[in-house]
Design a protein around this ligand. Structure first.
Ligand code: C2E
Ligand code: CA
Ligand code: CA
Length: 719
């Protein structure tokens, strides 16, 4: 492994700065949370204090106001009434729980008085003492108190007559002589009074209970000790503005924390990705492919240059070769199994290639699915050929990736040094040209560089540009070849065949440009054009079936069926008249998807034909699995019909097989009357070939159809 100090330093720096930011933010969050907690407590405490003050003040105000009420009442008490009552010599109850009592007398049992006066007096004893009532011979319950004071000022307080809290007051009744008359008032601190207090103090519901029993967090204003000695108190739950504060600020903090966490995750990922990128870049700089560990393109070029130099210097015949290897359809592996599995396959492939090569050369990964080999000590092309063949053979074995078997095909292009070129760049280019040819010739094979191919390739570029323009400008031509019934007399359908009228090369056959169109992404616009043209022409030929060739690339498009349906609707053609001609290549790459599309197409009413039947290698399997309406026997079997017996046997078998499966059997490439008779004898259904007609223009088909119709009419008339 290569030491990567710079990368480590960068990674470490990235991690350190992230760590630093995290620590600072965490500390800040902690500090904020602490401050929040303290302010919460403070705010709660301040509120409790404020409320306590307010309650105490309200209580005091209520007491004072009650005392004032009583004083006013005493002032207004009429003299004669007082005298008269006193004659009765017993406490007189006035309205609103006020009592006129002569404190100088013994208290007789309280008749008509529903408050226990003795108890009341006991409760207000301290007040009574203060008013100076004691010295005038207060007896009964108040006896024993003997302070020599004058009969004096009004007093009021909170007391507990009957154990219940109340405002009480004593107002000396100065109007009476030789008596110690007092107006004693009592106003219970009941629920209504508590509610009024709460209102005034602007607090929650007030309760009275022993201070010791107040629940946690409650605010308390102590009343004077109750007679049983237990401190009674006003108790309530004060508001907690701190909670409100926490509520709002905590949300902010949480939102901030979440944002920060998200930021950290994203940043951490970026640091990792950057580190990986750094690593890739660093590996790249030292010439190593990060995935496989093989030399990369630049290192490969250097290796190649030094090998060329070595070849130049050596006196013996030994040269070198460069092989360019490109995976066939590696993208499909990525698409099917996922990128990760694709990477594993790539590594396994690199490993297998490396094992094959051993000391005979150097392997490199030049690009995504592109490998290069510099083979050393090459005596002649046979040495290179052997290596290429060993590579292709080695790939016949699948790779086992995640319990799945994955097949990888390779095409190889070969250029020789010094024969083909003696500079690295030119050797690479020529190997590339050879690779192109290997691909074109059907993939999974190797090809040597040939000057001719290089020229062809240049030509290809020109052709590609022309074809693009032809498709875009609608300069193509669609011809139709009649398909006859078995008598060979009646046209039952046509097959559409595209042509490219080229200004220089004349009418170019699709055999020469459909493959090219597939390679350079022109097949879709081409296929669209053909379908639209065919469906438009079909309007001229009511009842006639028309076959349209569909390329595998075109068929694999997700919206293929949808497009056809749209076109059918636009043109108003009955779907049963459209027959799509598919080859096995359509079914090969993704049989499941193909099956699904075929079911959809058939559901629309479109007919499906298996074209070039017999040229593939597992046609029977396809026939059983896929729902075709027709098979078209490939014309190569007809060609060999006369020369060898084999062709006849095959055609015979295919016709019988098709008939047995209930399919329409069409023979293509019928050129002679002998072939026609043979096919008739076998019971083939339909015929197509130069014997009946070459592909012709749409206008020609219209003419033929008219002629056929009028001939049929005539024969009907004759009959
Ligand atoms: P194919 O589908 O097998 O079409 C039949 C080919 O055989 C046509 O060649 C036709 O002209 C030729 N042929 C017909 N009768 C005879 C005969 O008696 N003797 C001989 N020797 N040949 C005969 P063409 O028109 O050159 O088309 C070649 C191939 O190009 C077609 O083979 C088809 O696979 C493809 N092709 C044609 N048109 C289209 C198209 O619109 N789209 C796509 N994707 N492919 C097309
Ligand atoms: Ca065809
Ligand atoms: Ca065919």
């Amino acid at each position: 492994m290569i030491a990567l100090p710079e990368k480590n330093a960068r990674l470490a720096h990235g991690e350190r700065s992230l760590f630093g930011v995290s620590v600072i933010v965490c500390l800040t969050l902690f500090a904020l949370a602490g401050a929040l907690f303290v302010s919460r407590e403070r705010a709660n405490l301040a509120e409790t204090r404020t409320e306590t003050g307010a309650v105490a003040a309200a209580l005091e105000a209520a007491r004072v106001s009650f005392a004032e009420d009583m004083r006013l009442r005493a002032d207004r008490l009429p003299q004669p009434m007082a005298q008269a009552r006193l004659q009765a010599a017993e406490p007189v109850r006035l309205a609103g729980d006020a009592y006129l009592i002569d404190l100088a007398r013994d208290l007789p049992p309280a008749r008509g008085v529903d408050v226990d006066l003795a108890d009341l007096l006991r409760a207000i004893m301290p007040l009574a003492a203060e008013t100076g009532a004691a010295d005038v011979g207060l007896r009964g319950p108040l006896a024993g108190r003997a302070a020599e004071t004058s009969w004096g000022a009004p007093r009021s307080a909170i007391a507990f007559p009957g154990g219940r809290p109340a405002f009480v007051s004593i107002v000396p009744y100065t109007g009476a002589e030789a008596t110690r008359l007092a107006l004693v008032g009592i106003r219970p601190i009941d629920t209504a009074a508590l509610a009024a207090l709460a209102r005034v103090a602007d607090t929650m519901r007030l309760e009275i209970m022993p201070a010791a029993q107040a629940p946690e967090g409650a605010a308390v204003v102590e009343l004077v000790p109750a007679p049983d000695g237990k401190a009674q108190a006003l108790v309530w739950q004060p508001r907690r503005p701190g909670e409100l504060l926490v509520g709002s600020v905590a949300w902010l903090l949480i939102v901030f924390a979440v944002i920060f966490a998200a930021f950290t995750v994203v940043h951490a990922r970026r640091v990792t990705v950057e580190a990986a990128d750094d690593e890739a870049q660093t590996l790249d700089a030292v010439g190593q492919d990060p995935l496989t560990g093989l030399p990369n393109h630049s290192l490969f070029t250097r290796l190649l240059e030094s090998e060329i130099e070595r070849v130049r210097r050596t006196v013996n015949e030994h040269g070198a070769a460069i092989l360019r290897l490109n995976c066939d359809r590696f993208q499909e592996i990525n698409d099917t199994f996922g990128r990760e599995a694709g990477d594993k396959v790539m590594c396994a492939l690199a490993h297998r290639l490396g094992n094959l090569l051993r000391a005979s050369g150097r392997l490199a990964r030049l690009d995504a699915d592109d490998f290069g080999i510099v083979q050393t000590d090459v005596v002649g092309p046979r040495d290179v050929e052997m290596l290429a063949r060993r590579i292709i053979d080695a790939l016949a074995e699948p790779f086992e990736i995640d319990d799945r078997k994955v097949y990888v095909g390779l095409s190889i292009g070969i250029a020789l040094c010094p024969q083909d070129a003696d500079s690295a760049a030119e050797l690479l280019r020529r190997a590339d040209v050879a690779l192109y040819r290997a691909k074109n010739e059907g993939r999974n094979r190797y090809a040597f560089f040939e000057q001719k191919v290089g020229d062809q390739l240049r030509m290809r570029k020109v052709v590609e540009d022309d074809l693009r323009t032809a498709i875009e400008t609608g300069a193509l031509l669609l011809q139709y070849q009649p398909i006859m019934d078995i008598s060979g007399k009646r046209m039952v359908g046509v097959e559409s065949l595209v042509r490219w009228p080229h200004p220089v090369h004349g009418l170019i056959s699709p055999a020469n440009f459909v493959a090219l169109a597939e390679e350079c992404d022109l097949i879709l616009p081409l296929g669209d054009w053909v379908l639209r043209r065919a469906l438009t022409d079909m309007r001229l030929w009511p009842g006639l079936k028309v076959g349209v060739n569909v390329s595998a690339v075109q068929f694999r498009q997700k919206d293929f069926g949808e497009n056809i349906q749209k076109l059918l609707q636009e043109t108003g053609i009955e779907p049963e008249r459209l027959e799509l001609e598919l080859t096995e290549s359509v079914l090969l790459s993704d049989a499941d998807a193909a099956e699904e599309s075929m079911i959809d197409l058939r559901a629309m009413g479109i007919r499906l034909a298996l074209d070039d039947f017999g040229t593939g290698y597992s046609s029977l399997i396809y026939l059983r699995r896929f729902a075709f309406d027709k098979i078209k026997i490939d014309k190569t079997f007809l060609e060999s019909l006369e020369t060898a017996g084999e062709g006849a046997i095959i055609v015979h078998s295919i016709v019988h097989l098709g008939r047995a499966l209930g399919l329409t059997v069409t023979a293509e490439g019928v050129e002679s009357a002998d072939q026609h008779r043979f096919l008739q004898a076998l019971g083939c259904h339909e015929l197509q070939g130069y014997l009946f007609s070459k592909p012709v223009s749409a206008a020609d088909i219209t003419r033929r159809l008219r002629a056929q119709e009028s001939a049929e009419e005539q024969s009907r008339a004759v009959a």
